[in-house]
Write a protein that binds this ligand. Structure first.
Ligand SMILES: *[C@@H]1O[C@H](CO)[C@@H](O)[C@H](O)[C@H]1NC(C)=O
Length: 183
């Protein structure tokens, strides 16, 4: 995520107005690039400063990062649209989402993160979160700005029609990366 956000800021700085642009097209990319993937309930929020108070219910990735935080209940979103915020989350609802944290600073979330309400999640997403995404982070998936979307042993290329953005790009028995769960 750090790299993706960095690239997105670099790219957007070439434009006349600084805009938010997210390079990752697929959930697997976002999840693989994020420090934290969790299920959390929004307990409270202060919209004026972009601060949520959350209660983490399940951790899919980032136990170590969360352990290193002095505050695991604060989630920040940038107020500037150029910084890809602020993201809208409803108090009382539970979401599956990605977040990042730099050097023990509070967790942050923006439009480039993955967010899904708990009751909107698909079977494919669940399969990904229960291991499909994480064990295939070495499968390369093209970013929005990649001209080169060739396929290859460890490359999936763009997903075929009928694949959701939650589809899993995973290694088959011969160790080749292929899009799965597409119909
Ligand atoms: C959050 O921090 C508290 C206090 O340090 C700890 O007891 C709790 O287990 C932490 N929760 C998670 C999800 O890491």
């Amino acid at each position: 995520m750090k790299l993706a956000l960095f690239l997105c800021l670099i790219l957007s700085s070439f434009e006349y107005t600084l805009q938010c642009g997210c390079g990752a097209l697929y959930t697997q990319q976002i999840v693989c690039n994020s420090d934290i993937v969790m299920k959390a309930r929004i307990k409270d929020q202060d919209e004026n400063v972009g601060e949520f108070t959350i209660s983490i219910e399940k951790i899919y990735k980032g136990d170590d990062v969360l352990d290193s935080l002095s505050d695991n209940q604060t989630l920040l979103t940038p107020m500037e649209s150029s910084m890809c915020g602020p993201i809208t989350l409803d108090t009382g609802k539970t979401y599956i989402m990605t977040a990042n944290s730099y050097d023990g600073a509070p967790m942050n979330i923006n439009f480039c993160d993955f967010v899904a309400e708990e009751n909107e999640i698909s079977l494919t997403l669940l399969r990904g979160l229960s291991g499909g995404y994480f064990s295939n982070c070495d499968c390369k998936i093209p970013y929005m700005w990649d001209d080169d979307s060739r396929r290859g042993r460890l490359r999936c290329g763009r997903a075929p029609r009928g694949c959701s953005t939650n589809a899993i790009c995973s290694k088959n028995t011969r160790g080749r990366c292929k899009w799965q769960s597409c119909r």
